[in-house]
Design a protein around this ligand. Sequence first.
Ligand code: ADP
Length: 427
Amino acid sequence: MANTKKGILLGAVADDMTGATDLCNTLVARGMRTIQMIGLPGPRDAVPDADAVVVALKSRNLPAADAVRISKRARSWLEKAGAKQFFFKYCSTFDSTDDGNIGPVGDALLKATGGDLTTYCPAFPAAGRSVYNGHLFVGDQLISKTGMRNHPLTPMRDPDLVSVLDRQVTGDVGLVPFDVVNRGPKAIAKAFDQQRANGIRHVIVDAITEKHLIDLGLAGAGLKLMTGGSGAAMGLPDAFRKAGHLGAGKTAAKLPRAKGLSAVIAGSCSVATLGQIEHMKNERPVFYVDAAELADNPGLATDAVRWAKGQMTDGPVLIYVSAKPAQVRKVQKRLGRDAAGELVENALGSVAKGLVKAGVGRLVVAGGETSGAVVSSLGIKALRIGGEIDPGVPWTYATGKTNLHLALKSGNFGQANFFTRAFEVLE
Ligand code: ADP
């Protein structure tokens, strides 16, 4: 059943692409039909038939003013699309600097919604992220003791999220601590009222278990804006259901029937992907595009597509450029790191175009950047999110003209047999 109100229920803005998919996954698993839009939608982009729309931006590392500007534009589009509540999604490690972008974007979106209080909660128990007394833990360590301490762009050296956020927003930052959260939705909602009475607009919420996150969603039903990792959105579908806006959503993950030939494109050099390539070599025909050769022979992408046309009739094929670190370094040394990446990504983008033209209707792509290149080369603007293949990797359906099923796999995700299993799951 579609939602019982016209337009979408939830409008979310995510600060990066894989984070957006993560949030979509959470919402679909809890019964919301969800669309991920890639980049800022334009005024003429149609409103998808969905319960939730997640706009995937690339705003995490932009200057704060730019992140604020595009996030506000995305929210305003979502409001016009009918959204009743808004969510700002960032990483469960609270990736940000003292200048932003979580605080400035949260503040600006809160003002734009006309709301008087918003919540911040990066907890994600399945991945070991919890917030206790306002402090962010990864497993049993404070975030400041983990590798995030030395993150090249957003080093997290202060685990006290109240202080971190305090440096990013105007006005005081409040905390709803564990003992309140543990008492359930009513207690949490009452704490929001107390914070409001003290003039506090930005509130960190403790959460250790999934129950805490679900209770947070229920307590936040009256809030215009909530923010957090994908975990903080866990309770939102239930809150919409409780308010009578959403059905059981048993078919939320249903995609149109898959048609056409099957192929895999790999541009990730991560350990998991290299293993998946080795596995595929024993199962199905594979074609290796040598990145070094690509520099001298741009026709190699066309050769790969021509080869695939003769091989795809009885099952999936793999075209890959992925190589071991020493080989990658050699190419990077010759061409420069960015130029090598761009050369490879452009080639794989044109392979994807060629494959779709040749009748591919089910495509698996390995690699985050590679996925971005493929999606942009195919001109895809929105994905309907389906069921998971492996944790964190759903099948999606490119809405619009393409009639294409796509699985976009971040490099290190998926089991060894991912490239064959993905197509079996789709049947
Ligand atoms: P992951 O998700 O594993 O990080 P990405 O696709 O995000 O994978 O990143 C891999 C990068 O490596 C891409 O920019 C891709 O173009 C580049 N790349 C892949 N194979 C090679 C290669 N053989 N030589 C040089 N660069 C490569």
